[in-house]
Design a protein around this ligand. Sequence first.
Ligand SMILES: Cc1cc2nc3c(=O)[nH]c(=O)nc-3n(C[C@H](O)[C@H](O)[C@H](O)COP(=O)(O)OP(=O)(O)OC[C@H]3O[C@@H](n4cnc5c(N)ncnc54)[C@H](O)[C@@H]3O)c2cc1C
Length: 497
Amino acid sequence: MTAQSPAEGSATTTDVLLIGGGIMSATLGTFLKQLAPDWNIALFERLDRAGLESSDPWNNAGTGHAALCELNYSPAGPDGSVDPAKAIGINEQFQVSRQFWSFLVSQGHISNSFINPLPHMSFVWGDAHADYLRRRYESLSAQPLFRTMEHSEDHSKIAEWAPLIMEGRDAGQRVAASRVAGGTDVDFGNLTRQLVDHLGASGVELNFGHQVLDLTRASDGGWDVRVKNRATGEARTVHTRFVFIGGGGGALPLLQRSGIPEGKGFGGFPVSGQFLRCTDESIISRHNAKVYGQASVGAPPMSVPHLDTRFVEGRRSLLFGPYGGFSPKFLKKGSLLDLPFSVRPGNLVPMLAVAKDNTSLVKYLVTEVLKTREGKTGALQEYYPEGATEGWELITAGQRVQVIKKDPKKGGILQFGTELITSADGTVGALLGASPGASTAPPIMVNLLKRCFPKEFGGWEPKIKEMIPGYGVKLNENENLLEELTNDTNRVLGLDG
Ligand SMILES: Cc1cc2nc3c(=O)[nH]c(=O)nc-3n(C[C@H](O)[C@H](O)[C@H](O)COP(=O)(O)OP(=O)(O)OC[C@H]3O[C@@H](n4cnc5c(N)ncnc54)[C@H](O)[C@@H]3O)c2cc1C
């Protein structure tokens, strides 16, 4: 443990420095407070509050991603069959998150106000999509993690599940839906702020309104991190043993500044988005599900249209989207120079390769950007045929910075998942990318702990097992434990209603 400098009221040296006050830093800080309570931790966030960028509830879709309804996690193979492996992997990760959050609630560190039970549905139309959805249902429902999945092509059954999507629909249209009643909606902003408040109460030094400008290797192997108070303009350097670059879209430039070889070659492609938010309470109250459809050609997988109920600070709302867009900013409150400044000799080849190979994405984004308000209502009506332009307002979602990375064959590829980057000596970790994102912050952070703190990790395992009782166990292969943990977490998180 290192000493702080109380004379200045803020640390000049610390054990752990967390960059960013989003869900990722908040989760890592929470783990470390449990595992190494005597370590000094300082958090630096450029905005005035935690969780205002991608983790804010209006900036993401609030889906507890467990691959229950998102079709991109269970695509059809070349022969049309559906391999459940990827969906199982995502669901197993979400089980880890549920257990970690339940531990924190049961300890009284946070309340369960951030999570609500909400059915997850996949909904498609037309023969090809309906045939695929049936095959997906047959493949997934054979797995213990997806055993409660229901499926129907019956208009009246689907109308029972989600009336808005069936009212006014052509009675002759072939439609299909799969549904899991036990899905969740997660207010990640609420969760982030609760976690950060708990960190503050546990002695973590919280520095809001502080921008991290640079990080350089110190002579003792740690890091000197340059931070600026945005209100006063005053800059100072904080020395740390370990730094986590949890800046969301702002992580890439800082990773590049660190100069670690593991960060070379990475680039970012920002995709912005908008949602239509319903303002009519009589419509909002008639929908109770997250209904995900199929992505348009070229659309990034997580830009699939969805009509979804959300609970923001406990209040029910209804949103449709996202509509894709383009902005060179890496953060919603970022700079238009973010993208051009991120181009380096080391990532130029991957970035050019991605530009060449992703013309369908560019075409998709151009079409989306040019979509008029009527065009947007047209897209809404595919999911809610009686939806009108009135009664809906457009809101801007968070920025997703999709990861561009080197590829030996293609030169560079665009990746839609999250990428955890750690230095060989374990003194720095960074998180890039968006999906499945916030839902899987706890398993991502366990992975980071394993990679960055190999000496301590063995000693930490009993505590990790206390926080995550199914740690290291594949629940899909252990039905009894799956049932026990599902019941426990449902009860603690208030999901059994
Ligand atoms: C449109 C959209 C929909 C999504 N839907 C879902 C969903 O349904 N379910 C799900 O699980 N995930 C979803 N995600 C992904 C999820 O929102 C993100 O994975 C997650 O919020 C990322 O958390 P983070 O802490 O890495 O980043 P953020 O929440 O963006 O936090 C990063 C923080 O770092 C700060 N920062 C940046 N640079 C600096 C700097 N230099 N100095 C100091 N502070 C800095 C920023 O101000 C910000 O507060 C969605 C994302 C988007 C954009």
